[in-house]
Design a protein around this ligand. Structure first.
Ligand SMILES: *Cc1c(COP(=O)(O)O)cnc(C)c1O
Length: 376
């Protein structure tokens, strides 16, 4: 059996080596390393794929979130609601901009931000909601957009984990995740569903005016060369990374389907075990692109299972072990433990299994039987 990896970047690269290498070689030949043709091509390719008016490439997914918030003109003291159960980048940039993070609980089935918790957290100071499409599954955008419209709030989608997922509205129409809110951010970190070979990120919006503002912010606040109209940052996607992304974007749907297929095999194997809660898919198949395949182990021995798998050479991980509201950097006397019962529980129960585009049946069988022999 091939050695099991949490993410198999090598196996994926080998299959597309010729295309990726040629794409990188083109950048080397032109020496247009910054803002070259590869970056412009990628911007256009991604706009077409997502069916969104504007993609603004930048240096990473954390910058993308920060720049999105800067572009909306959020001011010190404005409250921004986001999920307690996510990667820290989301809350980090809120705090960095001196906005006030308001962490709220998530839903136990989808791990996504709780609609009731958002409603309870809104105050006259609330200016924005940041839903995270966690582990690859679309958050409940229809409800979130409704709440935002009622309270005049911005919605910034953190789409670092769900690029390519579809969101289906109750009337049956569909949009790509990341094109629904006022603005959204994504990451091309190597292990993400669309990963480059270094750092990369992008911001998406359908708002022409906001797109113009964002393009200046990523480039030192310049709209005309050497005229700095606003305080900006230096955040660029470089041409080599864009070349990799141009080679990989045509495979994104195939990659996401490979993840979904591995997830379906895992879930089928675990279906009858009362100690395991498998991931719930709330929409159609393409509403969840399985950035992570995350179980809840409800017999109290998640850590024992993890050690058992590691001992057998099966990588696995806890995303995420500590709720953000309990992290030293984000402590706030306003938080009350009883408002975070779901996140607190999830942090004790979740376990993510290997998830990538190259898992084969032999590996999946070995992983599932190893889990089941421990939880029998
Ligand atoms: C990966 C990730 C980010 C940050 O992306 P980087 O490119 O690593 O800066 C932000 N939010 C979420 C939910 C992520 O998973």
């Amino acid at each position: 059996m091939k050695k099991i990896q949490m993410v198999d970047l090598k196996g994926q690269y080998e299959k597309i080596k010729a295309t990726v290498d040629a794409s990188i070689q083109e950048v080397l030949d032109t020496t247009s390393y910054i803002n070259g043709p590869a970056v412009h091509a990628f911007q256009k390719n991604l706009e077409d794929y997502l069916d969104v008016r504007h993609v603004i490439p930048c240096a990473n997914g954390t910058d993308a979130l920060q720049i999105a918030m800067m572009g909306l003109g959020l001011q010190q003291g404005d409250e921004v609601i986001t999920a307690d159960f996510t990667f820290a980048a989301t809350v980090e940039v809120i705090a960095l901009l001196k906005l006030t993070p308001v962490l709220v609980d998530v839903e136990p089935d989808t791990f996504n931000i709780s609609i009731d918790a958002i409603k309870k957290a809104i105050t006259p100071k609330t200016k924005a909601i940041v839903p995270v499409h966690l582990f690859g599954q679309a958050a409940n955008m229809e409800e979130i957009m409704k709440i935002a419209a009622e309270h005049n709030l911005y919605v910034i989608e953190d789409n670092a984990q769900a690029i390519g997922a579809d969101y289906k509205y109750s009337d049956g129409s569909k949009k790509k995740v990341g094109t629904i809110g006022h603005v959204s951010s994504t990451s091309f970190f190597p292990s993400k569903n669309l990963g480059c070979y270094g750092d990369g990120g992008a911001i998406f919006t359908n708002d022409d005016n906001l797109a113009h503002i964002l393009r200046g912010i990523v480039n030192h606040g310049m709209y005309v060369r050497y005229h700095h109209d606003v305080v900006g940052v230096n955040s660029r996607l470089d041409s080599v990374q864009a070349a990799v992304l141009n080679a990989k974007l045509p495979n994104l749907d195939t990659y996401n389907h490979a993840r979904q297929s591995a997830a379906a095999k895992y879930s089928a194997a675990f279906a009858n075990n009362p100690k395991i809660v498998t991931p719930v898919i709330t929409g159609e198949k393409d509403s969840h692109v399985f950035h992570q395949y995350t179980l809840r182990i409800i017999d109290g021995d998640r850590d024992g299972l993890m050690q058992h798998l590691l001992d057998k050479g099966i990588p696995c991980a806890i995303y995420y072990p500590i709720p953000l509201h309990a992290q030293k950097a984000y402590l706030d006397t306003r938080y009350r433990e009883e408002d975070f019962t779901v996140t607190n529980q999830l942090c004790k129960e979740v376990l993510s299994l290997p998830m990538h585009t190259e898992l084969d049946d032999e590996q999946i069988d070995f992983i599932t039987s190893s889990v089941l022999e421990f939880l029998k």
